[in-house]
Write a protein that binds this ligand. Structure first.
Ligand code: AMP
Ligand code: MG
Length: 329
């Protein structure tokens, strides 16, 4: 079983090309940190290395900030306050939280509820670390609260309200992407044009790597030694959702962290989804969305979206590409 997990983990890898060039005198600045329950990694280049250092710190700080406001596990986070109070009152929220929830609802509408941040009322019944899962009747009870239509946003007043008492929001499928985008835009404000930022499965790249694009490699699902596609990336975001990130197996069935809001059970049509697009908030939400939709509906959705491509490994280990990636070597 372990071997299989490692294999899945390596489906998609960022191939860090160690290129050196005399034309680039200053060094890339690298930082790693554990934030939002995941590994944050950044690489920054600027001709003035002290600016690169400063921006690398800013990236890490940005991730902490977003975590402090959007984590459902931090009692004082803005999201926790919304979860606690939006049932009984119309709550004003910050522009940031409003924008992320608004975008989440956009994807809920687009996917007919496959992406739904209110999955949380069922989601919190699972404890993957301790192999705990809800009974069918627990799920049925909590499913009442799972419906993005229970969330009411007021764009003028920037307020939120829940129409149903069981509603809880978890932004785990979109907030990391948002944080990556925010870090990138702050880096740009500091004049940085070459940067790599990733938070777990969500990555965004600005510029090239010393004259060459960054390259991601897609591993063969059954033979991890084999890289079957290499995709060059410049100015792009990339998100992967997989059933190997947080899970436990019981009687041959995998219970993992991506929940089908219609059933309250883990989504099992695919093993992994990688989405490419311009911004990380969108690729993040779409990787989770397509994971729930499955290969057929997921590819249909991707084909309808401008500038978005995807790679799916379905539950029979078939590798499927959206049409813009068909000609990848
Ligand atoms: P990702 O790794 O980006 O696919 O996100 C997975 C995370 O998204 C989970 O850990 C949950 O926090 C959240 N999530 C799970 N199921 C859904 C869903 N159906 N819609 C929106 N978010 C979800
Ligand atoms: Mg995602």
């Amino acid at each position: 079983m372990n071997k299989q997990i490692t294999m899945h983990k390596l489906f998609v890898v960022i191939l860090m090309l160690a290129l050196t060039s005399a034309a680039y005198s200053s060094e890339w600045v690298v930082r790693d940190a554990e934030i939002m329950g995941t590994t944050v990694h950044t690489e920054v280049w600027h001709q003035d290395e002290s600016i690169a250092q400063q921006v690398a710190d800013l990236v890490i700080q940005t991730m902490h900030e977003v975590n402090q406001s959007m984590s459902p596990y931090i009692e004082t986070s803005e999201l926790s306050l919304v979860n606690k109070n939006a049932v009984s009152e119309v709550l004003p929220v910050t522009d940031e939280l409003y924008a992320v929830i608004d975008r989440a609802l956009h994807y809920s509408q687009m996917t007919n509820g496959a992406f739904d941040v209110t999955f949380a009322s069922v989601g919190y019944l699972y404890d993957y670390r301790n192999a705990v899962r809800p009974t069918k009747s627990d799920i049925q009870q909590q499913l009442e609260g799972v419906n993005y239509k229970h969330i009411v946003l007021d764009a003028n007043r920037k307020t939120i309200r829940f129409k149903q008492p069981q509603v809880r929001i978890d932004l785990g499928g979109i907030a990391k992407g948002y944080a990556v985008d925010l870090a990138i835009s702050r880096a740009q404000e500091h004049g940085v044009e070459r940067i790599f930022v990733s938070a777990g499965g969500d990555t965004r790249i600005l510029g090239d790597r010393e004259g060459r694009p960054w390259v991601i490699g897609i591993r063969h699902p059954l033979d991890r030694e084999k890289v079957i596609a290499k995709i060059p990336l410049v100015n792009e975001a990339l998100s992967t959702s997989g059933d190997y990130e947080r899970y436990f197996d019981e009687d041959g069935v995998r219970y993992h962290h991506i929940i089908d809001p219609k059933t309250g059970d883990s989504a099992r049509k695919v093993h992994s989804v990688t989405i490419l697009g311009p911004t990380a908030m969108d690729t993040d939400a779409l990787s989770t969305s397509v994971f729930v939709l499955g290969a057929r509906e997921g590819l249909e959705l991707l084909e309808s979206l401008e500038g978005i491509e995807g790679i799916i490994i379905d539950n029979e280990a078939n590798l499927l590409f959206s049409s813009g990636l068909q000609n990848i070597e």
